[in-house]
Design a protein around this ligand. Structure first.
Ligand SMILES: Cc1ncc(C[n+]2csc(CCOP(=O)(O)OP(=O)(O)O)c2C)c(N)n1
Ligand SMILES: [Mg+2]
Length: 336
């Protein structure tokens, strides 16, 4: 059947000044948004779980840049960056974190349970690995509808050891489903390093026995992410089935907000921040091309700060959900 939609074609060197400035702005927005969320958590305005994405921004931004209308995204609980990349309103995301009625789930979902059909964002899942099976189901729906769309399924190095991931790989490959599996290998699953938990640490090879091609990507380089993402998406969209991208990345903050961080040294974290930071890296690229000066960086900084300040104010002042909302959206009444 003819596919209605074509993938975006990208070569790493082909990114325009406009592209790179947008990636810089989008990554900075994520970083400042997350820093602010961390502060609000410290002030007691955010309760429950909260997993920050700081350090991993190039993945969500690079991958989003090659998606087309109707493509879906699904991920685990480290989800704020993906929601912003998908185009969800920072106000709604922040207000969901503070549990207010202006939040994207009307304050009843919190950090791990947001959702937006319009943005193609299918959550936000707290069960490690569950999104892989659900996302494979989204790909099956795409195939069934022949809509030319691809499901982008994100999961971590820890989730990569879950059994349902491999059941999903088998079906996705057998049925040639349009799905890209993006493993965000930040090297730790809570306090357990990948070396301690995985017999095969090269996660892009995990599809070999299912005939799924995979590649390792520098997840700290937004252009490398975009280029590999375009290749993987074209493969899936053209009917060749699933593709695995292993993004080598690092999370700067603790697993969640309470993390004693005894499993790694401060020197290890500082070294990554100093030598591999995705935002600093892109700034070096922009500088080398002469595509941004101090005034341009300042303007982006000011724009991002204003968006985050506005989102935080909205999240602080939006009213709490009405008690009458307690039972709404919990069960869907099926038509008889
Ligand atoms: C099925 C299941 N088992 C265990 C947990 C507890 N848990 C929450 S996060 C996590 C680590 C997952 O790490 P990874 O997949 O690497 O993602 P990251 O946190 O690094 O983004 C674990 C074990 C859970 N939520 N669900
Ligand atoms: Mg991890």
């Amino acid at each position: 059947m003819a596919r209605a939609r074509k993938s975006v074609e990208v070569a790493k060197t082909a990114n325009s000044q406009e592209d790179l400035l947008k990636f810089y702005r989008d990554m900075l927005l994520m970083r400042r948004f997350e820093e602010r969320a961390g502060q609000l958590y410290g002030m007691g305005l955010i309760g429950g779980f909260c997993h920050l994405y700081i350090g991993q921004e190039a993945i969500a931004v690079g991958m989003q840049s090659i998606q087309i209308k109707g493509d879906q995204i699904i991920t685990g609980y480290r989800d704020h960056g993906h929601m912003l990349a998908a185009g969800m309103d920072p106000r709604e995301v922040m207000a969901e974190l503070t549990g207010r009625s202006g939040g994207s789930s009307r304050g009843k979902g919190g950090s791990m349970h947001m959702f937006s059909i319009e943005a193609g964002f299918f959550g936000g899942h707290g069960i490690v690995g569950a999104q892989v099976s659900l996302g494979t189901g989204l790909a099956l729906a795409n195939q069934y509808k022949a809509n030319g769309n691809v499901a982008f399924v994100y999961f971590g190095d820890g989730a990569a050891n879950q059994g349902q991931v491999y059941e999903s790989f088998n079906m996705a490959s057998l049925w040639k489903l349009p799905v890209v599996y993006v493993v965000e290998n930040n090297q730790y699953a809570m306090g357990t390093s990948i070396e301690r938990s995985s017999s095969e640490t090269h996660l892009h090879r995990r599809g070999v026995s299912f005939n799924i091609p995979g590649e390792e990507v520098d997840g700290m380089d937004v252009e490398a992410v975009r280029e590999a993402g375009a290749r993987a998406a074209a493969h899936a969209r053209d009917g060749h089935g699933p593709y695995i991208l292993e993004m080598k990345t690092y999370r700067y903050r603790g697993h969640s907000m309470s993390d004693p961080a005894k499993y790694r040294t401060k020197e290890e974290v500082d070294e990554v921040k100093k030598t591999r930071d995705p935002i600093d890296h892109l700034r070096e690229v922009l500088d080398a091309k002469g595509w941004a000066d101090e005034a341009a960086y300042k303007a982006i900084d000011a724009e991002v700060k204003a968006i985050v300040a506005d989102a935080a104010e909205f999240a602080r002042t939006s009213p709490e959900p009405d008690p009458a909302e307690l039972y709404t959206d919990v069960y869907l009444e099926a038509a008889q």
